[in-house]
Design a protein around this ligand. Structure first.
Ligand code: AMP
Length: 190
């Protein structure tokens, strides 16, 4: 069983690459952003709560996010492995994930980061916002806030996973196929 954290700033291409990787490696793709958006669309209590944070580009509180992620993992007991996309985003989430997987005699196999320059990513997100309908993609101020959240709360995870010897990085700039090939090279060594 392999459990991978796909890591990267908003707009780095995690979702796009996950679509391919989940098929190739037979992994269950769990995107916390997608799950929150699904809940918003369906007007659930969780969706209403998450929306108040997401619309501003703030992170949803750890407690809520961790509980949701754990219940999604538990919904897939037959899974051959998970591809976590957009989770963990804080040290508290990463610690909770390690502890949760340990209760199942499992662990994170590796974290693979897609690296790209902020300015390229902001332009990408504004472009995506024209068609995605996501309020958090349409306003540069909200996008900048998402980067601030990333720098403050998520970037420290790189050292967290480096300390465990589980951190890999690939260049996220290039065509979708080029980036997929770089990721595949790393996955094939795991
Ligand atoms: P994403 O689709 O991954 O860009 O996530 C969109 C938004 O959902 C983020 O800006 C956060 O508001 C929220 N979100 C997604 N994943 C998490 C997480 N692991 N922790 C807290 N908030 C999250």
């Amino acid at each position: 069983m392999i459990n991978i954290v796909l890591f990267g700033k908003p707009g780095a291409g995690k979702g796009t690459q996950a679509e391919f990787l989940k098929e190739k490696y037979n992994l269950t793709h769990l995107s916390t952003g997608d799950i929150f958006r699904f809940n918003i669309k369906n007007n659930t209590e969780l969706g209403l709560l998450a929306k108040t944070y997401m619309d501003k580009g703030d992170l949803v509180p750890d407690e809520v996010t961790i509980q949701m992620l754990q219940s999604e993992v538990d919904k897939n007991p037959q899974s051959a492995g998970f591809l976590f996309d957009g989770f963990p985003r804080t040290i508290a989430q990463a610690e909770a994930l390690d502890a949760f997987l340990a209760t199942k005699n499992q662990e994170i196999t590796a974290t693979v980061a897609l690296e790209a320059d902020d300015n390229i990513l902001v332009a990408r997100l504004l472009e995506r916002g024209k068609t995605s309908g996501r309020p958090d993609d349409q306003d540069e101020e909200k996008i900048r806030n998402r980067y601030q959240e990333y720098n403050e709360k998520t970037a420290p995870l790189m050292d967290f996973y480096k300390a465990q010897g589980k951190f890999h990085a690939v260049n996220g700039i290039g065509t979708i196929e080029e980036v997929t090939a770089r990721l595949t090279n790393v996955f094939d060594t795991l």
